[in-house]
Design a protein around this ligand. Sequence first.
Ligand code: PLP
Length: 366
Amino acid sequence: MSGRELFYIRRAHAGSHLSGDGPFTKKCEKWLRKKTHCQKALITHSCTGALEMAGILAGIRPGDEIIMPSFAFVSTANAFVLRGGVPVFVDIRPDTLNIDEKKIENAITRKTRAIVALHYGGISCEMDAILRLAKKYGLWLIEDAAQGILCSYKGKPLGSMGDFGVFSFHETKSIISGEGGALLVHDRRFVTRAEIIREKGTNRSQFLRGQTDKYTWRDIGSSYLPSDIIAAFLYAQLEKASWIIQKRLSLWNRYHDAFENLEKKGKLRRPTVPSHCRHNAHLYYLLLPDTKKRDKFMRQINQRGIHTVFHYVPLHSSPAGRRFGRAATSMKVTNRLSGCLVRLPLWIGMEKQMSRVIHETFRLLS
Ligand SMILES: *Cc1c(COP(=O)(O)O)cnc(C)c1O
């Protein structure tokens, strides 16, 4: 918590606007616009919702193909499958675990409509190459920056480089509102439609601004707005976002320094942060030599009261992924590394506990 969450919720409660698009929603959206230089930021009830909106805005139709990594969260694919789209999975880079930009071009077919660049752990994909491909083939570029708030690639904010960008404020992320998300729109031409899709397919937003004298059903859409109570909570977090991320980065760096020696001895691999990327310490992971060693490490450290987790089960190998999508490349790196990854606890205020995590990790792995 940043300290002002309940204070702002009390203010929202004292006002008379508890539904969507109240004063706190506007404050959050202004903050996001300023940080990402987008035309329009719309906060949503989840990043999943924001991805679904991107799928509608991109006009995805049955049979359209969307290129994305398989090492991804379910919603990244589901948002397009809901439109009848086909996720086409491409392998990841062994260093950042992001989509391998060199393997994208071979996966492009006549049916390809979009590329999703998922910035794993807030560490950017190679955007120059991906932007070049999107332009060359006339494809939509959607940035899944769910984990990437206040991160950058060559100085440009994540979420600001494609046609649409999305953030998540789920409680497992760095800046939170319990459930929550945002859609960033960069082309002025899509702003009105985005507002309509978010307001159940109506032009209520334009109506409330006095830009139209009737409020009617205009398009497909759903209810993607969060309550202003949620926005009040979120605004307290956004106000302190830089502070929160500084704190997280100092913890992240402590892990990173501590495990340097184990990496030199070949016991594990640490995350790679390219020098042109700035990240937000969303997560700290280790890559152990193989799945057997990873599982054993997790079992032993969990027995010592330290909760570690792994993710993702590669989408191409999941039941729904097999049914709705297909792999366009070999999935060698995805298959191998997803079985080696373990996430360590990372939360503000864990300085003391961190010493124990580091100590136990050394005992188990050196
Ligand atoms: C968390 C996450 C999502 C979904 O976010 P929600 O806000 O929980 O809907 C989507 N993509 C990625 C990469 C995520 O990490």
